[in-house]
Design a protein around this ligand. Sequence first.
Ligand SMILES: *[C@@H]1O[C@H](CO)[C@@H](O)[C@H](O)[C@H]1NC(C)=O
Length: 410
Amino acid sequence: MKTVAVLSLLASLASAASLTLVTENFGPNPRNNPFYIYVPDVLPPNPAILVNPHWCHGTAPAAFSGSQYATLASQHGFIVIYPQSSPAQANSDKCWDVSSKETLTHNGGGDSLGVVSMVKWTINKYNADPKRVFVTGVSSGGMMTQVLLGSYPDVFAAGAAFAGVPFGCFAPAGNNTGAFGYWSDDCAKGRVTKTPAQWADLVKSAYPGYDGWRPKLQLFHGTNDEILDYVNHQEGIKQWAEVLGVGITPVSVTPNTPISGWTKSVYGAEGWLEGYSAAGVPHDIRVQEATVMAFFELACKGEDCFRWGDSEWCDAEPSATTSSVVVSMTGAPVTTTSTSSTSVRVTTPSATSTSSRVTTTFVTSTSTAAPVAGQPLWAQCGGMGFNGPTACAVGTCTIYNPYYAQVNPQ
Ligand SMILES: *[C@@H]1O[C@H](CO)[C@@H](O)[C@H](O)[C@H]1NC(C)=O
């Protein structure tokens, strides 16, 4: 039976890839985190990487068999890294280190540095795309997702955390240097609440001075979570909405998405932050692979994919000169925030699927030395189809999206 022979050959080829423990030195790994990897037999030239940290009491092999990501990786051609918590915690709860100063600091050490070393090794070894590195996990893996996004915004393009807690929520009060494996009952029980600014400060202080790409994020949480209280969902929204500058009021709320009883809230016009409240769901929340895959665009190939990690910083001259910012993008709106009087942040947009690539040119102008003729405060100063003056008499021209820029103070 020729067909049968071919089919069984295909089946054996398809099953050739397997979960593999990487035993060679892969870079700084201060807590000796084991590194498991799943590399499909067939990969595109620059594959994406998905990091999938396990839950407490879990292991890398358990995470591997606990979701469809490996199967999806073979189907769509991306690599999955399954890191494992430190052997130092093997006999206790096998949770991730989400509490120490080390793990909560960029290049500070801890579990987060070990995981980042795994990512960098994989990028080099498989010529993976450094702009398409994603992380998703459940419970302790959801906490670790937020730790990695906060400590290494330069490494991760986006994350999806299920039933986790905000970045820094598990850190003990006071000196957390060396505070590995600390269980914060206060955070778990939802007794740690902060303002958006306070939460964002925790993230920003993890990597002082960093002003590049900030990862997109999905947060999923059951309203009946008995282990990590649902309060942590709202606190997480506050934290990441502030970090991303999108505001804590959702721009859209959609019931029964992606499944019955779950409510999807989108924060910011460009959809950089999504929150999913799962009504009545306990800590044991179901992973939504399809929703995460779509957010990360892991099935996308070719020209029309979202250009992850493309963010440019343009330092406007302090004198009355004009600088132009060219934003090349996938056709979706651009998110822009003005951060100071001399710089304008231009970040490429969210993953709205589009088929054409558009190049938009904005001209911004600032003047601190001497007032120049131009648009007054609050007036439009740029955007597609706008033919008026792009110079500002005062303040700076802040680009909100490809269609609109406005003169703001500073
Ligand atoms: C914080 O704790 C570490 C480890 O116990 C210790 O080495 C360090 O001196 C402490 N730092 C401060 C400021 O107390």
